[in-house]
Write a protein that binds this ligand. Structure first.
Ligand SMILES: *Cc1c(COP(=O)(O)O)cnc(C)c1O
Length: 355
């Protein structure tokens, strides 16, 4: 830290991303990326012409991609906002919708960035405990007088709230924005974006990073009433109007055209998730029911930390959170069937050794 850093950032606890080690090839089950590459159209879209065009700024309005997405989702282009990853949208939303009078509120165990963005912008926040089984009780979210953020399915638990439950939360907070972070919605949940037509206080946030195999491209989106989208644009045009680069826009447009490819991959991942869950249960693990592309599991034969370390030694990365209430668990991203077979076999070997 230099002596020049603004006081207000000195105690900031930054977000810790999952490891992206470059030293050797791991089976990477730690950051919820897709095991499948982007669709063929995306690979073809990043061509020499696109690269030559890099001398030009990208379209700040992202018109083509917003139109394509509006078609796919059955909303108007004016209801779509695009940004450099959905993290960007979470950040901008805290800037736009929180103030001294409007704190933030989110589940006690959830995506680590919510707390970081609140602290970054000096916003007070309350965290709402989960139930014993890690589920969220929508009744705990009535009349909070706060900007509410909920990941659905939640991370890192994989637990899921139904559309009806989310609707109760939206109705229970008519004077505040409710942001539903649907990073994992394509793995078996029902998106609540159709509710944006009826509720002016709902923002649904999605990403191309997980189900659309493009974590490295950085592309996130929001669907909401036009007034909320205008608010996000206010922040974007005061920060960086070109925050999505040309190659990412081209990749995104191609991906939307091949939506079926991604839906097929999601089905495969769901099947592999069921396979992995069953096999972990057979090994005596407690597995939290998941509607995401990961599962959250613990064993009473080995600590969360020890399992994480033993797997890493054998070339498999999973995510362990050194936090009270969840440090017995590991979050395991669902890879290909072959990767998960190797994972299960390796877990078996580790359990044999510690017996
Ligand atoms: C992965 C993830 C994101 C981040 O997505 P990007 O679009 O890659 O920034 C947002 N929210 C949750 C809950 C996530 O797990």
């Amino acid at each position: 830290m230099s002596i020049f850093l603004n006081e207000k950032y000195k105690n900031l606890e930054v977000y810790t991303p999952g490891e992206q080690p470059q030293d050797m090839k791991y089976i990477k089950l730690n950051t919820n990326e897709s095991p499948y590459p982007p669709s063929p159209g995306v690979v073809a879209a990043i061509n020499a012409e696109q690269i030559e065009n890099l001398r030009l700024y990208s379209d700040p309005e992202c018109n083509k991609l917003r139109e394509a997405m509006a078609n796919l989702y059955g909303v108007k282009k004016e209801n779509i906002y695009l940004s450099n990853g959905s993290d960007d949208i979470l950040n901008f939303s805290v800037m736009a919708f929180c103030s001294d009078n409007t704190p933030a509120a989110f589940p006690e165990i959830s995506y680590g960035f919510y707390k970081v963005f609140a602290e970054l912008h000096n916003v007070t926040y309350k965290t709402i405990p989960l139930k014993e089984d890690f589920s969220i009780d929508y009744k705990d979210y009535m009349g909070l007088n706060s900007f509410i953020v909920i990941a659905n399915p939640n991370a890192p638990t994989g637990r899921y709230l139904s559309l009806e439950e989310i609707e109760q939360i939206i109705k229970g907070n008519p004077n505040n924005v409710v942001l539903i972070d649907e990073a994992y919605i394509d793995f078996g949940g029902e998106s609540v974006y159709p509710l944006t037509k009826r509720y002016k206080n709902l923002i649904v946030v999605g990403t191309f990073s997980k189900s659309r195999s493009m974590a490295g491209a950085r592309l996130g989106f929001a669907i909401a009433d036009q007034d909320l989208i205008d608010d996000l644009n206010r922040i974007k045009y005061s920060t960086n109007p070109y925050n999505i680069n040309r190659l990412t826009l081209a990749a995104g447009e191609a991906a939307i055209k091949e939506d079926r490819y991604y839906k097929e991959n999601c089905k495969r991942i769901i099947n592999t998730r069921e396979y992995t869950q069953k096999n972990l249960c057979d090994l005596g693990f407690t597995v939290v029911p998941s509607k995401a592309n990961f599962i959250f599991a613990k064993s009473d034969k080995i600590s969360g930390q020890a399992l994480y370390e033993n797997l890493k030694k054998r070339g498999i990365l999973v995510r362990h959170f050194n936090m009270s209430k969840i440090n017995d668990y590991n979050r395991i991203t669902i890879g290909t069937v072959e990767e998960m077979q190797t994972f299960i076999k390796t877990v078996k070997e580790i359990l044999e050794e510690v017996k």
